[in-house]
Design a protein around this ligand. Structure first.
Ligand code: DON
Length: 564
């Protein structure tokens, strides 16, 4: 641990000095690609100290809660998918649950209309957080056994306690969200500068209360969050603001080891996240549909290519709205949706000549086939333990509410439920019964932490934030590598498009398509819209070739590769 302390001292004194090395995107012993350079460093240090990729991922997760508070979290949830060196494929669901006192109409007014923003920016927007339980479970069950909770959390505690210097981009993010912070005393006290001026590059962000909470977790494990002082602070916060989370909700929270979603595509095995995420199922379904076309003959972002992607996305997202929800509460037709036969039958509906209006596309009937801010990080170690984690508090900085005295943002994941059939959530996604709110149920997610294997060895670890666009981002990165022969940096940073059945449109990044391609697509009947943020997803990936690791940090955000 002396090395860790020395390193932490160094980052506090001068973060920039450490990070000037070049050729950071290549390594042989271990690698972390995350949304924060400091957090990636924390994970790599853990591996250098004898931890495996799971230990590293857990330490990175806690560090992200400090250095990337817009999405890194202890107040939210997420999913872990991993291929372990011993050959096991695992997934851990640490998605938030609806509080026991939640009910299906909790976001509706007396006339049955959805109350604007109630599922987003109130204390009722929060599900019971799962991240601490999930990360600790991962460490306990799949860690190396050589790293203690104290070692896992110490870097995060120091970063919170002593502070870290913020980048220009992060300063701008904090300034952009000032209005949100102003609505919550706890958030304002930490995330607005004390002199009320705008944040600037090089300012120190100190989070003393968060340090204290992390210290409780280091000392008492999950009880440091779900019981005792932290739990008391969460419940007091809820009681002051009409929130629903009780002490019983916190104490009853359990992460769940789930069966992975498994598929194949042209010689690769795909392991990804099943319900309550829709990500793995939709990814596998879309790749299965694509196998019915000669996609390898279509060039990148040509009209024919985008048309085909759009048509398969339309079909898959129609199924999402109808069939997907928390499988503990709803009979998700898992086998059907991921089967090659079902995909073939769905693919036969596609015309290569013209767009099918979404109004004419419906979810597949169940048949006898049955048998705006999140963060993704990828980790690999020298033994080829490959870990893929996507975690979130939903939109940037979640509900914007900080637990007073505990220093962390509460999620607004309840918005991922369908508040009312047919009424879109913040990502424009609709749903109905399958994803209706129920006590203790987990809201349907699009998070898609994924690992691709060749000959049972990991060759691609990937995932992305981006709400409903997560799944199509992961799909496009996979296609960029397998079909378009791009290297990993190009594969993650190339321009993307997205469609999701409803609204009936193709969303594109600026410069994704030329004027001629847009005209050709419009000619086929597609409606093209420029993405409002100009960005679709932000993929953090690792490609593994001949035992060497190549990091792909998406240039859309401040992502960073650290390896050794
Ligand atoms: O679980 C989900 O699908 C959403 N809560 C993810 C939110 C998200 O990716 C926001 N980010 N850009």
């Amino acid at each position: 641990m002396r090395a860790t302390l020395k390193y932490l001292f160094a980052i506090i004194v001068s973060t920039s000095f450490l990070f000037t090395q070049t050729d950071k995107n290549f390594a042989k012993n271990g690698m972390v690609v995350s949304a924060s350079e400091l957090a990636s460093q924390v994970g790599v240090e853990i591996m250098k100290n004898g931890g495996n990729a799971i230990d590293a991922a857990v330490a990175t997760g806690f560090a992200l809660a400090v250095t990337y508070p817009q999405a890194g979290n202890i107040g939210g949830g997420g999913f872990l998918v991993a291929h372990l060196a011993d050959g096991r494929n695992i997934s851990i669901d640490f998605r938030e649950t609806a509080p026991k006192n939640a009910d299906r109409d909790m976001f509706l007014d007396r006339n049955g209309n959805v109350i604007k923003d109630m599922s987003l920016y109130t204390h009722r927007a929060s599900g019971v957080p799962g991240s601490v339980a999930g990360l600790i479970e991962a460490w306990k069950k799949f860690g190396s056994g050589k790293i203690t909770p104290r070692q896992l959390l110490e870097p995060a505690i120091i970063l919170a306690e002593k502070g870290f210097t913020i980048s220009e981009r992060f300063a701008a993010t904090l300034n952009n969200y000032r209005n949100l912070f102003e609505q919550d005393q706890g958030a304002a006290a930490i995330f607005i500068r004390q002199d009320q001026k705008s944040w600037e590059e090089g300012d120190l962000l100190v989070q003393k209360d968060l340090a204290k909470t992390l210290r409780h977790i280091a000392e008492y494990g999950i009880n440091g969050f779900y019981s005792g002082e932290t739990a008391k602070l969460i419940v007091e916060e809820m009681n002051r603001h009409n929130g629903l989370i009780t002490i019983a909700d916190l104490q009853n929270y359990r992460p769940i080891i789930r069966n992975i979603a498994k598929g194949t595509y042209k010689g690769s095995d795909i392991i990804s996240m099943g319900p309550p995420s829709s990500g793995g199922i939709l990814l596998i379904q879309m790749l299965n549909m694509l196998e019915n076309f000669s996609i390898d003959s279509l060039s990148f972002n040509s009209p024919e290519y985008i048309h085909l992607l759009t048509e398969i996305e339309r079909l898959a997202y129609a199924d999402r709205a109808e069939h997907l929800g928390d499988s503990d509460y709803w009979p998700v037709p898992f086998e059907m949706l991921t089967s090659k036969e079902y995909a073939k039958a769905r693919a036969e509906k596609i015309s290569l000549e013209k767009a099918t209006p979404s109004g004419e596309v419906f979810a597949g009937k169940q048949t006898t086939y049955e048998s705006m801010e999140t963060t993704h990080y990828s980790v690999v170690d020298k033994d080829l333990n490959a870990v893929s984690i996507t975690t979130t508090i939903n939109t940037s900085f979640g509900s914007g509410k900080v637990v007073d005295g505990a220093g962390f943002f509460l999620n607004n994941e309840m918005d991922d439920f369908s508040a009312k059939p047919g009424v879109p959530n913040i990502f424009g996604l609709i749903g109905n019964e399958a994803n209706a709110i129920a006590p203790n149920k987990r809201p349907l997610s699009s998070m898609t932490p994924t690992v691709l294997l060749k000959n049972n060895k990991p060759f691609l670890i990937l995932g992305s934030p981006g709400g409903s666009t997560i799944i199509t981002t992961v799909l496009q990165v996979i296609l960029n590598i397998i079909e378009h022969d791009m290297n990993i940096s190009k594969a993650v940073s190339s321009p993307r498009t997205h469609s999701q059945w409803l609204p009936d449109q193709i969303t594109i990044e600026k410069d994704a398509l030329s004027a001629e391609v847009i005209a050709a697509l419009e000619n086929k009947g597609h409606i093209i819209k420029l993405d409002k943020d100009g960005k679709i997803g932000s993929a953090n990936c690792i490609l593994i070739e001949n035992g060497k690791f190549f990091g792909g940090a998406d240039s859309r955000s401040e992502n960073s590769v650290v390896g050794y």
